[in-house]
Design a protein around this ligand. Structure first.
Ligand SMILES: [Zn+2]
Ligand SMILES: [Zn+2]
Length: 349
């Protein structure tokens, strides 16, 4: 079958033929409906060096945002899962036995350091292929909802959902403000989730006018870049600052902007993996403010997110690519030419 293969560190992936996977015990083989191309894939094949934190050992098939139709059940899998059923895939894979994994929070597996891979498509074969094999308990049924548009929910949806859900106590009540920095795939869905889950005024900022217009259409108030950015954001809040800030970039300037906009007792959640640092001291932060980071989300949260998708509360913005054009999806992603999420559709849209 054809697949997008990460063959070696610091090397652009190739479109190549690999053997069709067989579902192992407890696994399910999916015929892939959609596979989202994520910015972290670029870190995997472009930036990480062997042994570096986050580096995943090649070769493997990329794609950690996947949906598909059940094709074949591996040994020991319950026939509650029906062949032909349409499902979204929870990507992270932990040890399955520790106190985090048994809660479905495989992102925070206590034995992560000793595992051979991070997730489906991150260290083991992912969904940028005609077929992918995944653990059965990682499947979330999609019912009759469109599986192709759903694919980005696995990461670009689940990551903001987890961050926002953990921040809800800060946004409960009238007169609250949430700030979204970065309106790429994650930020766009983040705005929709905030609007659906909270009554807060959502303030969104991005350098691209097109992205700001998109956020406005989804109910956000937007602010551009520039030297008055922080002032403008604080002004929208009546001067008090934002109760929650979500930085989907995570670079030093964006973290600094988020921190400068924070209200007393506010929560700054760094989601983006750009690695920017921030000084946190008695004198540099509003009183009783929190700075935290969150990573991806739990399988239970993915079920909740799928409920929201099926109810029409969120809709990822998707650009579809055929398998022939899968590498073009990555080229455009690297060039900043993707608005929303690029989804590879191996069996035709
Ligand atoms: Zn990702
Ligand atoms: Zn574990």
């Amino acid at each position: 079958m054809r697949a997008v293969l990460f063959e070696n560190y610091e090397q652009f992936p190739s479109l190549t033929d690999v053997p069709r996977p067989r579902p192992g015990p407890g696994e399910v083989l999916l015929r892939v409906a959609g596979a989202g191309a994520c910015h972290s894939d670029i870190s995997v094949y472009r930036h990480f060096k062997e042994g570096q934190p986050g580096a995943q050992k090649p070769p493997f098939v990329l794609g950690h945002e996947n949906s598909g139709w059940v094709e074949e059940l591996g040994e020991g899998v319950s026939d509650r899962i029906k062949v032909g059923e349409s499902c979204l895939v929870y990507g992270p894979i932990g040890c399955g036995l520790c106190r985090k994994c048994v809660q479905g929070v495989e992102t925070y597996c206590e034995n992560a350091d000793s595992l051979p891979y991070l997730a489906v498509g991150l260290g083991r074969d992912g969904g940028m292929a005609e077929y992918v094999s995944v653990p059965a308990h990682h499947l979330v049924p999609l019912g009759d909802a469109d599986p192709i548009d759903a694919a980005p929910l696995s990461d670009a949806g689940l990551t903001p959902y987890h961050a926002i859900k953990a921040t809800l106590p800060h946004l409960a009540g009238g007169g609250r403000h949430a700030l979204v920095i970065g309106l790429g795939g994650l930020g766009q869905i983040g705005v929709q989730i905030l609007r659906a889950l909270t009554g807060a005024t959502v303030i969104a900022t991005d350098l691209k006018a097109e992205a700001r217009e998109y956020a406005e259409r989804h109910g956000a108030v937007t602010v551009g870049g520039g030297e008055h950015q922080v002032e403008e954001i604080r002004e929208i809040t009546g001067g008090k600052g934002v109760d929650a800030a979500f930085d989907f970039v995570g670079a030093a300037p964006t973290v600094a902007t988020a921190a400068a906009c924070l209200a007393q007792g506010g929560r700054l959640n760094v989601v983006g993996i750009a690695g920017g640092t921030h000084e946190f001291s008695f004198f540099t932060n509003p009183y009783e403010a929190y700075v935290t980071n969150t990573y991806w989300g739990s399988v239970a949260e993915l079920w909740e997110l799928v409920d929201m998708y099926r109810a029409g509360q969120i809709r990822p913005e998707v650009e579809r690519f055929s398998m022939d054009d899968a590498l073009e999806a990555y080229r455009k992603l690297e060039a900043g030419e993707i608005f929303g999420r690029a989804v590879v559709v191996p069996h035709g849209a």
